[in-house]
Design a protein around this ligand. Structure first.
Ligand SMILES: Nc1ncnc2c1ncn2[C@@H]1O[C@H](COP(=O)(O)OP(=O)(O)O)[C@@H](O)[C@H]1O
Ligand SMILES: [Mg+2]
Length: 460
């Protein structure tokens, strides 16, 4: 057979461009030599235009930067892109005639898988709650920063005057969903709602527009629009149980309907004429200050109990220690169930210190993920385990900690930003600024400075 692809390079490019995985190749200075089509799509960039630019212009937290430093591979590394999507990256050094020549990375968008794992997290939470006597027992910090919070949560559900609606605020990953779930189980276990009462969770931020949100939440009747079906909304499905409105600030356009529901216990489907009675406990959660987002009447009715979850940074070192131990035990427990293996984990002093003192923008969730990833990195893979073993010891060292998923400390970061700006105003270029900051003891690379300068210019 004749090979019609005489141009091999073109053939390889075509193959690479058909892959769903992104591919980036850089030289020793971090400049892009090649990026495939998927990579350009992920970066919202023009594929040709990426060539010759520094990788950080498109991937500010590129794992390839680690390869440039270590000249070694990085495998199965989870990283969060600036737009919030999560990637799994494999990156390797490249050599030409025996000399280090750059690196190649392949990466996959796992945002949807992450969403599934979030749902799994909820199921795991449910399982944990259904098995314990005291649903608040699972909360680390129950005798500490969460003491008042948990007491309020119980009173809100079990007040003898009847359960109340509530508002839970707190940054992402501080435990809002966990608390709402616990309140529901608390209501079930105390006979405040029936044993199989619904817990309906609505992520109000997920709807592409307000009309769709309203139809999902309040339901539709035949008169809503031509061809509209008669469909109960989530409010009706939650009848007799708990309606958990997550990211409730996204509902600003439906405040009147929400107010009516809460005031009168009545709901009218979109396009309908009939009011239907529902009885439910509304828990509204938000990472924003709902008092500022909602009209006062609505806020007042909803926030009969205002529960505020503190960010991780505000919790005591002792509590962080307890959370740390909790997540390590949880990891070992999973290994015991999955592998029938006793896992003993020890963190070196230094690695524990790094983890406890880092700043976590995504709070408890990120703290947990960092601990899990560190143990992952220190432990042998499943296929490397000997069958005879019934117990293994793992020591976590600082190099096992996935540094790029720990955020820069905000204070230090803004200090550095300030200095960069100052030096840039004096006419210094990125390289000079980097050298200067390095001489002052800051671990900052040229490309970080270049990236920050670019951002400063764009914002100013
Ligand atoms: N006080 C706590 N004790 C134990 N685990 C916690 C605590 N707070 C949060 N978590 C865990 O952290 C993760 C994120 O919590 P979640 O309730 O989903 O946060 P949010 O809804 O505020 O984003 C969950 O896996 C949860 O079980
Ligand atoms: Mg949540």
């Amino acid at each position: 057979m004749q090979d019609t692809f005489t141009d091999r390079e073109q053939l390889y490019q075509m193959i690479l461009d058909t892959q769903r995985e992104g591919v980036n190749v850089i030289d020793i200075n971090g400049n892009i030599i090649y990026a495939n089509k998927s990579s350009a799509i992920y970066a919202h960039a023009d594929q040709e235009g990426m060539i010759g630019k520094h990788i950080t212009e498109y991937y500010p937290r590129a794992v390839l930067l680690q390869v440039l430093k270590s000249k070694g591979p990085v495998r199965d590394f989870k990283t969060v892109h600036d737009d919030g999507r999560t990637f799994i990256v494999n990156a390797f050094p490249l050599f030409s005639a025996g000399n280090f020549a750059g690196g190649v990375a392949t990466f996959r968008d796992i945002t949807e898988i992450e969403e599934l794992s979030r749902q799994l997290e909820t199921l795991e939470m449910e399982l944990a709650f259904s098995q314990v006597e005291d649903v608040f027992e699972n909360f680390v910090g129950k005798g500490d920063s969460l003491e008042g919070v948990l007491e309020k949560a119980q009173r809100c559900i079990a007040a003898i005057g009847g359960p109340r609606h509530s508002v839970i605020t707190g940054e992402t990953g501080t435990g809002k969903t966990m608390l709402a779930k616990a309140m529901y189980y608390f209501a079930v276990k105390n006979g405040i709602v029936r044993p199989n009462a619904p817990f309906i969770e609505v992520n109000c931020g997920q709807f592409t527009n307000a009309d769709i949100a309203a139809m999902e939440i309040f339901g539709t009747d035949k008169g809503a629009f031509t061809g509209a079906a008669e469909k109960p909304g989530l409010v009706e499905l939650a009848n007799g149980g708990v309606l958990f409105l997550d990211e409730a600030h996204s509902l600003v356009q439906h405040q009147t309907m929400l107010l009516k529901l809460i005031e009168s216990g009545m709901v009218r489907r979109i396009g309908g004429r009939k009011d239907r009675e529902v009885e439910l406990i509304v828990i509204a959660a938000s990472s924003k200050n709902l008092k500022k987002e909602f009209v006062p009447e609505l806020y007042q009715r909803l926030a009969q109990y205002q529960i505020e979850l503190p960010p991780l940074a505000k919790r005591s070192l002792g509590e962080k220690q307890a959370l740390f131990d909790h997540f390590v035990i949880q990891y070992c427990e999973r290994v015991r169930i999955r592998q029938n293996l006793i896992l003993n984990v020890r963190f070196t002093e230094q690695s524990k210190e790094i983890i406890l003192n880092a700043h976590y923008e995504r709070n408890v969730r990120q703290f947990r993920d960092v601990i899990n990833a560190s143990i992952d990195a220190a432990a042998p893979l499943v296929n490397k385990l000997s069958r005879q073993l019934s117990e293994i010891n793992v020591v976590v060292h600082p190099n096992n900690i996935p540094v790029t998923i720990i955020d820069e400390e905000p204070v230090k970061a803004s200090q550095v930003d300030g200095m960069i700006q100052e030096l840039a105003e004096k006419g210094f270029g990125a390289r000079k600024i980097a050298t200067k900051l390095q001489s002052m003891g800051y671990a900052i690379e040229y490309y970080h400075v270049a990236y920050k300068l670019k951002r400063l210019r764009n914002s100013g």
